[in-house]
Structures are given as C-alpha cells and as structure tokens.
Design a protein around this ligand. Structure first.
Ligand SMILES: [Fe+2]
Length: 284
C-alpha cells in the first residue's frame, strides 16, 4: 500500500489512504500530508488506531500541541495528557456523570481558541466510537466565505477587528452586555492572511464572534448575521460523515467547524488534540 491523496468532490477537504501513522510516517509521507493540509484545508486519514501518545506524536510533526482552553479545574477527563487531549464524548461513569467534554447535541460553527491572542492553527479528531447516524462534523471554507462577501461590505469591513468571546456554551453566544471580565475574549482581525498560502480568509464564527469594531451595535449585529449566513452556505461546506478510525484535521486559519446533533443513547467518542498557531495576520 502506498499513500494516496484524493481530493473530495467538495469545496474543501481530501482523503488519505494507504498509510499507518504508527509505522509509515517517514519525511516524504509527512511532507505529502502537510502539503495536503495546506492545499485542501481538511485532511481525512482513514483506518488509524492511535493511542493518545501516538496521536500527539503525529500532531507534533505539524506544530507544537497546545493546551486546552478550558481551565484545568473544570475538565472532566481522567487523563488529558497534561491538558493536551480532550475526549469529546457522551460516555458516562457509573454515577451517571459525563467523563469527557462537549458530550451532547449540536455545536455551532467556530474556530478553536479564536478568543485568544494565539488561536489553534489545527484541530485533530480521531474517531473511537460512533453512533449509527448523526454527529457529522461540518467544515466551512473561509477563503470562499471571504470571496462571497459583497464588495461594498468587504470595503466597509477592511482593516476592522471582530471581538471573539467564549464561555464554553455550544449553541449560544456570550452576552457581551453582561461584561467580559470573566470571559475569555480577544479582538481579532476580521480578514486574515494565511501565513503559508498567502490567501485571505474571513475570521469569524456564529459561536464566538460577538461584535465588529467601530460600528454601532445594530449595524454590527446585522452584518455579523450576514457573515454567518455566508459562512454557513452549504455551497462552501464539506460535511464529514465519520467512519471508525478516521483521523481528521483542519486548518483553523482558513476553516471553521461545527457539529450536527446525534442520538444521545448511542456512544460517540472522538479523541482530540490541537496544534498551537501564531497571532493572526491581518489581511493587507
Ligand atoms: Fe472545535
């Protein structure tokens, strides 16, 4: 078997087969995977069986694995590998308590740690248990989102920042009228330049983007709704239907992601880590 990269018939994403990341990851294969990540935004590597340590070892080739945004005292995982592994699961312990994170339901579009100066440049998910249906992960191509913004609005937003804030809800934005003293938040450039491809992307999301700099509140709210609708246009989305063993990672500098709901009486478990990025670069 040799490594094969097949782009999806979708606005982003590619599938890789013919590699066991525990054994076959020489420099040549790694370079092909890294290049697919830059070219297609989302990479799906099929048929893996990685422990936490093995997933982290692979992720570290792409960049330093980062620590989770949720404070340590609020994490539920028994072993989160020094704050680097999140188990996204609805599994419960014998007392009926969830043993992982974001256990149930829909999760709105977002980009991990966008509410920090240094967001995660990549998010990596490994499917260990799946329901019969539901729980698909959607990825939006944020280069295309930028391209689809009407020219007059692009001009109006050019050079502005957008407030990203997050309180760890899954389908609700932070209410910024209640103050941000205890909420993680950061003003990000609304249009960013990807450090590798040089392309311009929109950097906003329904879950985390709360206000646009320099606009009155009503104008900001209405423009954000328009941007969210552009991001969530099915024409720029790849929807991943999970298979056991999939290892999926996305480039958060040009993609946002979201989850569909799924039946709560069936086990779902994704092993997740993220890769540290750098401060976002404003588009010229
Ligand atoms: Fe996420």
């Amino acid at each position: 078997m040799s490594l094969t990269i097949t782009p999806f018939d979708a606005p982003l994403g590619a599938e890789i087969t013919g590699i066991d990341l525990r054994q076959d990851l020489d420099d040549d294969n790694f370079a092909k995977i890294e290049s697919a990540w830059h070219n297609y935004g989302v990479v799906v590597i099929r048929d893996q069986n990685l422990s936490k340590a093995e997933q982290i070892a692979f992720a570290n080739r792409l960049g330093p694995v980062s620590k989770r945004g949720l404070p340590a005292e609020k994490r539920k995982e028994d072993d989160d590998h020094g704050g680097t592994i999140m188990m996204i699961t609805n599994k419960r312990n014998p007392d009926g308590e969830f043993v992982g994170s974001v256990p149930e339901g829909e999760l709105w579009f977002h980009s991990d740690l966008s509410y920090r100066l240094v967001p995660d440049q990549a998010t990596m998910l490994h499917a260990l248990a799946l329901p019969d249906s539901g729980g698909n992960t959607m990825f939006a191509n944020m280069y295309k989102a930028y391209e689809n913004i009407p020219e007059a609005l692009k001009k109006k937003l050019s050079g502005r920042k957008v407030l990203h804030a997050y309180d760890f809800a899954t389908t609700a934005q932070v209410n910024i009228d209640e103050g941000l003293d205890n909420i993680q938040h950061f003003w990000q450039p609304i249009f960013v330049r990807h450090p590798i491809t040089g392309r311009t992307a929109l950097f906003a999301s329904r879950l985390m983007s709360a206000q646009i700099e320099g606009l009155d509140r009503a104008d900001s709210d209405s423009i954000l709704q328009e941007l969210f609708d552009i991001i969530e246009d099915p024409a720029i989305i790849y929807e991943h239907v999970w298979c056991l063993g999939d290892l999926v990672f996305c480039d958060n500098r040009c993609c946002t992601h979201a989850r569909r709901e799924f039946p709560m009486d069936q086990l779902r478990m994704l092993q997740r880590c993220t890769i540290q990025g750098a401060p976002m670069i404003p588009a010229a």
